[in-house]
Design a protein around this ligand. Sequence first.
Ligand code: ADP
Length: 193
Amino acid sequence: MLNIVLFGPPGSGKGTQAAKLVDKYNLVHLSTGDIFRANIKGETELGKLAKSYLDQGQLVPDEVTIHILQSEADKHTGVNGFIFDGFPRTIQQAEALDAYLAARNTSVSMMLSLEVEEEELKKRLLLRGKDSGRADDQNPEVIQNRINVYHRDTAPAKAYYTQQNKYKAVNGVGAIDDIFDLLCAEIDAGASK
Ligand code: ADP
């Protein structure tokens, strides 16, 4: 299986690139952000819980996120692989993902990280907020909070995958297709090892 963790701060382009990678490599796309938003829209119990965290730009608690990710992944058997988009976002989630995939006799192939500097992220998120309707993209304080949470809680996952020799960083600024080519080059180089 090809199991890609797509990593990077909010607004770095994970969702855009994930959609393209899913097509090219025939993978299943699992986005925890999308799962939470669908549940908020559907007014499920999970949605009610998640909403308070998303609205403030805080992470949904690990045990909730890990559980929901696993139950979504369980729906897909006999697949080529997964793209994990927005997960793991903490070390605890990274450890849980390793354990989950090990139980499925597979593992994370690599973490691909999109690198984008903070001013560019803020610009992109505010622009997205104008037409996406995402409340968390419309409030500069919530955006700053998400970036801070990324640095504090999520960035340490880089070291986790670096130790496993699985961390690959790509420049996330430029044309969408050029960034896509860089990601594909990393995947193809990894797959040929
Ligand atoms: P972005 O990367 O632009 O912030 P996402 O759609 O990935 O957007 O995430 C939106 C929100 O969903 C996050 O700010 C957080 O509240 C919640 N969320 C998404 N993934 C996770 C996760 N792995 N752990 C905890 N909370 C998460």
